[in-house]
Design a binder for this molecule. Sequence first.
Ligand code: NAD
Length: 343
Amino acid sequence: MNSSPPLETPTTVDSIDTIAVIGAGSIGLAWSIVFASAGLRVRLYETDELKRRSALDETAMKLADMANAGLLDEPIATILDRISVCDSLEETLVGAGFVQECVVEDLAVKRALFAELDRLTSTHVVLASSTSTIMASRFAEDLPGRERCLVVHPANPPHFLRVAEIVPASFTSPEAIEISRNLLVRVDIAPILLDREIEGFAFNRLQGALLREAYCLVRDGVISAADIDTLVREGLGRRWSLIGPFTTSELNTRGGLRRHGELMGPVYARLGIERAHENPWTSETIERVARDVEGRLPHDSWEENVRERDRAMMQLSSLLKHFDNPLHDGATTPTDGYVTSTG
Ligand SMILES: NC(=O)c1ccc[n+]([C@@H]2O[C@H](COP(=O)([O-])OP(=O)(O)OC[C@H]3O[C@@H](n4cnc5c(N)ncnc54)[C@H](O)[C@@H]3O)[C@@H](O)[C@H]2O)c1
């Protein structure tokens, strides 16, 4: 992918037994659970002292919910024992074979932190950022150890949405990419490797495309925000949670994806032209949708609503845990029994 020199002491993923997680917000705690429940030691650091103090209790609460949903293979205490909260960045990095950064989405903060990480760790340690929007070339380009820096962007929350995007910069070494990919496989997260940096990566580009249309439809008074959520939750999302949009197209139309393209391609092309320069992210439309969404949530506090969401998703994960999805890997041939709409 590039001509950077290999990492000084190439690490195999099996030699990594400790992960440093930096930032104890939603993503940092979730990554800690992912690594610790796969048997790895986690050293966690957080600048906010209150959050540092509550990090283990909060993690224990999330683990208790997971245990209730039948998603843990070990006792909570065994998993929790593998996580230590440290009082300084230096202390956190001792013995760490991989760093997963999970601090606020702020370029200046990430830039300063990666400079410190590069200075404080030996050159074989991969430095990965959880960032949703900032490319590694923007926070690591000037670092002496930039070839070990990249983005490993999880779906939220990673302790039960088991997929993450690996986004290397042009200077990231093939070794750093390989270590990241192998580590994700080891902790049961499906690695999605992007060939190059692109704003929004792939996950948020897909999400953004759907949101753009949704905001346009609400703004234009075609449909309510609640009905958009229902359509996606009960329809598109339910299907996509099993087979994804391309396999959906293949199976939705007699004649498969090619026939779907013939039938729907021109329609989608017209819709694309119609929206080409639309920016529905106006404060007025956002406010209208936000009020609608807030009115439908069960609790007043964001944290309680997040916990409710997590419990619901765990229930679903629990139901699916032993579910052998017959549609994986294209193993099934479409038959007359399939829905034949072109939606
Ligand atoms: N929330 C999501 O949906 C989601 C999904 C994927 C990736 N991400 C990315 O993960 C990262 C963290 O997101 P989050 O939702 O957990 O945010 P959050 O606000 O919940 O947590 C960030 C934490 O980082 C701490 N922090 C700030 N500067 C620090 C530093 N220098 N050292 C140590 N700790 C520091 C903050 O005190 C805070 O507790 C962001 O880059 C975000 O874009 C978020």
